[in-house]
Write a protein that binds this ligand. Structure first.
Ligand SMILES: [Zn+2]
Length: 244
């Protein structure tokens, strides 16, 4: 290996640090997005409950109007009952009266059930509202915290980027393109260190995909400064050094 391959090893170590810093930045921003989503879920839940309460109120109004009408009808039946001229007539009115009363009781129960639901929903709304307030202040804290942290990571990234640019200058442009392309494919891992499978036998493999490598490749790496890529995974092969 010569200056180009050694340069690539240096570049790879900077690339690793750059990616690590970038993912720290992304992670800390994701925390805020996650909290924002939770807040939105709570707000949607509150809205849905309020809507349910509104609908239940409308239904109660409707039922109460119906009850009023029915009460009037019952009052009429009562006076008709007093005026009944025959037993048969009396019995018929009485039956209708009892049926109407039973129907009214059912409606009254429906109203009571709806009121209970509203009460429960209102209690639920109170709880959600409290959670929303907590979440909001938590989010405020988190945003401030994240801003500070993100600024730190951004400065770190800028610094490492300078190092990266410096390390990249030592690499011929076409080789640098290959490095970048393979790095994109393997989440930053453009290089693969040649592994010796066994101390005694000269059998080598790609440290990226574990595919067996011909001894000739290893010889070439030892004696030359050529870019040799694993025929299986396309990573750029390097030998183990103190630097990597
Ligand atoms: Zn490979």
């Amino acid at each position: 290996m010569g200056p180009v391959l050694h340069g690539l090893i240096k570049l790879q170590s900077v690339e690793n640090r750059l990616r690590a810093a970038k993912s720290k930045l992304a992670r800390c921003r994701r925390t805020v997005i996650f909290q924002e989503n939770q807040l939105r879920t709570l707000q949607n839940g509150l809205e849905a409950k309020n809507e349910e309460i509104k609908l239940a109120r409308i239904q109660i109004d409707r039922l109460e109007l119906e009850l009023k009408d029915r009460d009037q009808h019952i009052a009429k039946l009562r006076s008709a009952l007093n005026m009944a001229k025959t037993n048969k007539e009396y019995a018929a009115i009485l039956t209708e009266l009892n049926t109407s009363k039973a129907d009214n009781a059912k409606l009254e129960n429906q109203v009571l059930d709806l009121m209970k639901n509203i009460e429960a929903d209102e209690a639920g709304c109170g709880q959600i509202q409290q959670q929303i307030e907590e979440q909001k202040s938590e989010l405020g804290r988190l945003r401030k915290d994240t801003e500070v942290k993100a600024a730190g990571y951004e400065a770190e990234i800028e610094q490492i980027q300078l190092e990266w640019d410096l390390a990249a200058k030592t690499i011929p442009p076409d080789t640098l393109e290959v490095f970048k392309r393979v790095a994109e494919t393997y989440d930053g891992e453009a290089l693969a260190v040649v592994d010796k499978e066994n101390e005694k036998i000269e059998i080598f493999s790609c440290g990226g995909c574990f595919m067996r490598l011909p001894a000739e490749t290893v010889n070439q790496l030892m004696t030359k400064d050529d870019i040799i890529r694993c025929s299986n995974c396309t990573r750029i092969l390097v030998l183990k050094t103190g630097e990597s």
